[in-house]
Ligand binder design. Sequence first.
Ligand SMILES: *Cc1c(COP(=O)(O)O)cnc(C)c1O
Length: 342
Amino acid sequence: MNRKKTPVPYPPRIELARIQTPFQPLPRMSERLGVELYIKRDDLTGVALSGNKVRKLEFVLAHALAEKADTVLTCGGAQSNHARATAVAAARLGLRCRLLLRTPDPLDPPQPEGNILLDRLAGAEIVWITPEEYGRRGEIFDREAALVSRKGGKPYVIPEGASNALGAWGYVKAAEELAHDLALLPGKRTKETSVILATGSGGTAAGLILGRRLHELKARIVSINVCDDRAYFTKVISEICENAIAEYNLPISFSRKKEIEIVDGYVGRGYALSRPEELDIIKEVARAEGTFLDPVYTGKAFYGMVKELQRDRACFGERIVFLHTGGIFGLFAKSSEFAAPL
Ligand SMILES: *Cc1c(COP(=O)(O)O)cnc(C)c1O
């Protein structure tokens, strides 16, 4: 029987990201770690508008424009890459942008460096909120959206990390790219492969998990969480997958047990806080490969991957694709923490 594959039902999308992103070997790190290691360069989806959030924003902002919004609101940590990508994308599309950023003392906000500098240059309005307010950000979003409406604007709220069913489509599409990247590799197609990524709000992992099924990507999707824990992310990622399957009527089943793989244990000192060994691995990869990881996400995930491989070289299979999700500007906010002399 010649069964025709049903096309994947992508929602409307606008072009913001420079894709398809490069897929490169890491020859020196491969040798040091004793595995075949590649890197998917989603840090190269653009310059100021770069990283994994851009792929999600292609779908989310297409919806915002269709809804005739003129102001986008979103949230994150002070050095949020997602907030910065949203601020830059909003400027590119002629939208206003209001960011709720988390800081211990809103009366004494952080210096405008790294991502915050770019937020400001792109004209985003920043509302500093406490961690406690961040915990009930739904309420704060309602208040801020009401403020925009009262002034005659049309608000559109993007959740943390653009990690909802719509944003996940960005990584369904990335899974399609990855399947293509892997098919072009020389040698055996059947090598056991893992895609390893940093997870902070779950949307990237959810998109890859859905995309793996929709595009027959033959790889494990392994998340290394940079905050919270395995139980939290199992729930968050599952909910995004389940919502997407229901909302878009996707022809796949989903099992929390079988499809979610999370390596917990590398949060370290906490979200966005670095340990010397994490900063060392950033330095090592920069020198070995000319590729810069970030301190909040990819540096931690790469460090976790190295530690797991030291424990068991075969734990991720013969071949690993490290997904570089971006975050370069966070590095500049950490310059004083790198041990001198560099
Ligand atoms: C947001 C972010 C992540 C995590 O992606 P989620 O979809 O939020 O899990 C990873 N790396 C970088 C650089 C990010 O900015």
